[in-house]
Design a protein around this ligand. Structure first.
Ligand code: ADP
Length: 426
């Protein structure tokens, strides 16, 4: 800038000197200014044309300030071009890596219309390019369960559905929100996993079913032998009693496994009805007192007598009964068990509180897994199957409810079932 100022000064001095020689310094200075301005305007025009024609490599020739301006603009342009090429490279790599995925990846805009998808989406979902571009995704995947999931969620768990275009295939949809309500949908073909899971369910259900008859025969004979006191040698008595107890345990195990199989099998779902929960709880309370008769525990029932629930009666009875039985089992003699049934803040609750042995915090997240026990020895001694809380979890799932477990080791536990308020009936 200083250089340019001294250039202007020399320029004016030269013109001023010539003007002074010819006795017209004022005119000469004005001419000097004019020439200087014209020279700048020409450079400005060169700049304008260069920028407009966009030829990146031919830098216009110029000296002084303009030379620097051209050089700097050229450098900026070159840097920008490099980072643009870089970015295009990254986008291309991301695009080709997504294209090579086996999972279908679909971009859906804020209005629910298809924006982009990878080749796997054409194979798995039957999307066609370019006809389906801009179409609502719910026009192309029309299953009402998918439409509800896509529009309302919850999206923290994926949705599994049979494929609409490939019979016998199963798909898993997951939807992730990003930007301003845009969605990234990932669809996986989980046929193999689904078939394995079906095989596991069938195997457990069949084995349990097949074990039922031999167990009934065994238990029947044991019962008869035990009832014939005079004819049974006394040294056999203890063995027979133990066999009878173990046969009883196996029967509970088989029954629990069969119940779990039924809960897992969607096609065997019954129709929900209005369930008189207060009457059911009164009955469960009596059963709890009878079950823990020797322990002399105090069983309290606090109940909103007008509150009923729309649900599956038999399943609810199994779930509530498991919670109450556990409280009796894991609470010492003379302990207190409190059952509560109430509605509050748009939810319906059933809780069982005890002042029993409690559970160490590290076990709580895993308690609803099949056969998981906080204290295996004690559970077996009390005749537990390790399936009770798994049954509770499944029954609550089918009622869109959840189980809340609070417990302190040595102080007691509270198990609370939280049902959506929409299931309440009066
Ligand atoms: P189980 O047949 O062994 O009782 P559950 O699935 O019903 O199986 O319970 C799993 C485990 O959770 C039990 O083995 C026990 O360790 C623990 N548990 C359940 N309820 C209670 C409770 N009320 N107090 C203490 N521990 C409990």
């Amino acid at each position: 800038m200083k250089q340019e100022a001294s250039r202007l000064l020399y320029f004016l001095l030269l013109f001023g000197l010539v003007g002074w020689l010819f006795d017209h310094p004022g005119w000469a200075l004005s001419l000097g200014f004019l020439t200087y301005t014209v020279l700048h305007l020409r450079q400005l025009e060169k700049l304008y044309r260069w920028l407009r024609e966009g030829s990146d490599d031919d830098i216009p020739e110029a000296t002084g300030l303009w030379g620097e301006v051209f050089q700097n603009i050229y450098k900026l342009q070159r840097d920008e071009r490099r980072s643009r090429d870089n970015l295009i490279g990254i986008i291309e790599r991301a695009r080709s890596s997504v294209s090579s995925l086996r999972e279908a990846v679909v971009l859906v805009d804020g209005n629910g219309n298809l924006e982009w998808w990878n080749p796997a989406a054409e194979r798995i979902l039957g999307l066609q390019s370019p006809t389906d571009l801009g179409q609502p995704v719910t026009n192309l995947v029309r299953d009402p369960v998918f439409i509800r999931y896509f529009e309302q969620g919850p999206h923290d768990v994926p949705l599994q559905l049979p494929s609409a275009i490939h019979p016998a295939h199963h798909l898993q949809f997951s939807v992730n929100r990003f930007g301003s309500n845009d969605r990234l949908m990932i669809v996986e073909d989980i046929t193999r996993l689904h078939n394995l899971e079906e095989m596991r369910k069938d195997f457990v259900a069949n084995v349990s079913h097949e074990l039922r008859t031999p167990l009934t025969v065994l238990s029947g004979y044991l019962e008869t032998m035990l009832s014939m006191e005079e004819e049974t040698p006394s040294r056999w008595k203890r063995a027979l009693q133990q066999m009878d107890a173990q046969a009883g345990r196996m029967t509970s195990l088989v029954n629990d496994l069969l119940l779990l199989s039924r809960l897992e099998n969607d096609s065997l779902k019954q129709e929900p009805r209005i369930v008189n929960v207060p009457a059911m709880l009164q009955q469960l309370k009596n059963e709890a007192i009878a079950y823990g008769l020797e322990k002399h525990q105090r069983v309290i029932l606090e109940c909103d007598d007008s509150l009923r629930l729309v649900g599956l009666e038999d399943d609810l009875r199994s779930a509530f009964s498991n919670l109450v039985t556990n409280a009796v089992k894991y609470t010492q003699a003379h302990g207190e068990i409190q059952m509560r049934w109430w509605a509050e803040n748009g939810f319906v609750f059933f809780s069982v509180k005890d002042d029993g042995i409690g559970i160490d915090a590290r076990h709580i997240p895993r308690l609803t897994e099949r056969f998981y026990r906080a204290d295996a020895a004690r559970s077996t001694a009390t005749g537990g199957t390790g399936l009770g809380l798994a049954i509770v979890k499944h029954v609550l799932l089918e009622h869109k409810a959840r189980l809340d477990i609070r417990s302190t080791l040595g102080k007691g536990s509270t198990f609370t079932c939280v049902f959506p308020g929409s299931l309440a009936a009066h």
